[in-house]
Design a protein around this ligand. Structure first.
Ligand code: ZN
Length: 164
């Protein structure tokens, strides 16, 4: 049995544009082989589960999700994984620098598919995370770091609630 069949269905549905972009018979431009290369470059063996979950994670642009959200997507896409595997994979991807874990909510870990430094809005009641526009904030009056240390990054979370 081929566990990746839903994935291949998605890939073949997108094939016409890929062929136009990459030329007939070329592997270049195929999102799945790009993902495989990306995992290898990050020091992760491209196992079937990592490819399936990576495909779900990175195939839809920048977004923020919890292990439970990814697990639900995997179930809908008929990817045979356990919630524990989803957790482990998210943490492995984070350690490899492919994801960034966001400290938004003590009870749930959110993962960002855009690992570069940027700021967030967090709608607490709904658990919704939004990227702040580039011009959204300037942080220019930071305190001096303790002796022997330097600031490695600044992450701003602006918490939102709906107005009544
Ligand atoms: Zn983000």
């Amino acid at each position: 049995m081929n566990d990746l069949s839903p994935l291949h269905a998605v890939l073949s549905a997108r094939a016409p544009t890929l062929v136009e972009a990459g030329g007939a018979g070329q592997r270049r431009g195929c999102p799945l082989s790009e993902l495989r290369d990306r995992l290898r470059r990050s020091g992760l063996r491209p196992t079937r589960q990592r490819l399936s979950l990576g495909w779900l994670l990175f195939g839809k642009g920048d977004r923020h999700l919890t292990a439970e959200m990814l697990y639900d997507e995997a179930m809908r896409a008929k990817v045979p994984v356990s919630l524990a595997t989803v957790y482990n994979t998210l943490h492995q991807f984070t350690q490899a620098g492919l994801l960034r874990q966001l400290a938004l909510d003590g009870s749930k870990a959110y993962f960002d598919t855009n690992p570069s430094e940027h700021h967030h809005f967090f709608l607490e009641e709904e658990g919704q995370v939004l990227d702040m526009p580039d011009c959204g904030i300037t942080v220019d009056a930071l305190p001096e770091p303790p002796a022997g240390m330097e600031i490695a990054g600044v992450e701003v979370i602006v918490r939102l609630r709906r107005r009544d």
